[in-house]
Design a protein around this ligand. Structure first.
Ligand code: ADP
Ligand code: ADP
Ligand code: ZN
Length: 217
């Protein structure tokens, strides 16, 4: 199954992807995670991406489309994948269509996790991530058992440098102007499934299953 996760920053794409990976046994491909890994490893890609990410802007399409094209041609994507954070504008959505048409492997669904924008700032500023394994927490909505420590691996939790109030405002503007139109792109193709993301994490997961025609509980 080839799935795209849509939704504003902080809507819960990464959180839901963690469960989807286990349910569907497919690779999770997050452009944000790939850029953060590149920054951590000090690669040329990371160096270039960092300034855009810190400003809350989109990394240019040439870079982003290139890394996705490489990643989805890898053998573990043969049975499908869960794309999280890509495509983030209509040009990327079109580029993805071309890539998948070349492989004769069309998308099955675009799941749009819908959360009112006024709830997003609290989600993003309270987000904490594990520096070792990337597991996502929230100080109020999904706290770790022990403060500052990852439940999955014991690693230290950190706050992303772009999860500050100032950068979040820019990211939300970018979302409204450039990313929200991608919803219409997939609606026109009959691939869009809306999921209510404004409920408990477990309930969102059940709604995701329903949107994919599966029963999870
Ligand atoms: P969030 O899940 O909070 O929206 P991500 O981890 O997906 O954040 O992305 C973090 C940053 O990485 C974005 O603000 C942007 O700068 C960059 N980025 C991620 N995916 C893309 C993409 N598909 N196109 C351009 N930039 C991207
Ligand atoms: P995205 O990948 O879309 O940017 P994340 O999955 O990283 O979003 O979630 C953003 C923050 O909101 C995290 O701190 C996460 O723990 C929290 N979160 C995710 N889903 C929910 C939910 N259904 N209710 C409350 N908080 C949530
Ligand atoms: Zn961890």
């Amino acid at each position: 199954m080839r799935i795209v996760l849509l939704g504003a920053p902080g809507a819960g794409k990464g959180t839901q992807a963690e469960s989807l990976v286990k349910k569907l046994n497919l690779p999770h491909i997050s452009t944000g995670d790939m850029f953060r890994a590149a920054i951590k490893n000090g690669t040329a890609l990371g160096l270039e991406a960092k300034s855009y990410m810190d400003a809350g802007k989109l990394v240019p399409d040439e870079l982003t489309v290139g890394i996705i094209k490489e990643r989805i041609s890898e053998p573990d994507c043969k049975e499908g994948f869960i794309l999280d954070g890509f495509p983030r504008n209509v040009a990327q959505a079109e580029a993805l269509e071309v890539m998948l048409a070349e492989q004769n492997a069309p998308l099955d669904a675009a799941l749009n996790i819908d959360v009112p924008l006024e709830k997003i700032v609290t989600r993003l500023t309270g987000r904490r991530m594990c520096k070792d394994c990337g597991t996502i927490f929230h100080i109020a909505f999904n706290p770790p058992k022990e403060e500052g420590k990852c439940d999955a691996c014991g690693g230290a939790l950190y706050q992303r440098s772009d999860d500050t109030v100032e950068t979040v405002t820019n990211r939300l503007n970018v979302y409204t102007e450039q990313t929200a139109p991608v919803i219409g792109f997939y609606a026109e193709k009959g691939l869009l499934r809306d999921v209510n993301g404004d409920q408990d994490i477990d309930k969102v997961m059940i709604a995701m299953g329903e949107a994919l025609g599966q029963q999870w509980n």
